[in-house]
Design a protein around this ligand. Structure first.
Ligand SMILES: [Ca+2]
Ligand SMILES: [Ca+2]
Length: 159
């Protein structure tokens, strides 16, 4: 009996340790792990880079999540691509995964589809959000489900 209890405690500790980890270089907040890139690339290449990490460009659903991400973006003093664009219907922004585009934190005057390219379909944050040409090379934020390990090991339906 004692051994069984001891084993259970060990198991619980192990599971807990696994649950609390995001991969090295990723930051944990809420139900997500985030990676703030040190390199700059176009929106589409940034989206591919996130997918290569089993993630996607960050999608901001709440003010709390926005504050977390934009605080870091401001601290790092750079522009970070988010996973939103309006290339299907101009002026109608969508998160790439289909997450409802409800919460927003546009800078005053944005989105304006302005700029020299005359077409700004992708969104970055530097504390507030701006639409910009998707070809511009910016830093980017990837987001994936937390905890990573359990998500990775979850049974894959349909395979
Ligand atoms: Ca999110
Ligand atoms: Ca703009």
């Amino acid at each position: 009996m004692f051994n069984l209890v001891y084993f259970s405690i060990l198991t619980l500790c192990f599971i807990d340790a696994v649950k609390t980890e995001c991969h090295i270089g990723w930051l944990h907040y809420g139900n997500s792990c985030y990676l703030f890139s040190s390199t700059k690339m176009s929106w589409y290449n940034a989206a591919s880079s996130c997918r290569e990490h089993g993630a996607q460009l960050a999608e901001i659903e709440t003010q709390a999540e926005d504050r977390y991400i934009t605080n870091i973006a401001q601290t790092l003093r750079s522009f970070f691509w988010l996973g939103a664009r309006d290339d299907v219907v101009e002026g109608t922004f969508e998160w790439s995964s289909g997450t409802p585009f409800i919460y927003t934190n546009w800078h005053p005057g944005e989105p304006n589809n302005g700029g020299p390219a005359g077409s700004e379909d992708c969104v970055f944050t530097d504390g507030g959000w701006t639409d910009q040409s998707c070809d511009v090379k910016n830093n980017y934020v990837c987001e994936k489900e937390y905890p990573e390990e359990l998500a990775t090991n979850a049974p894959v339906v349909g395979k």
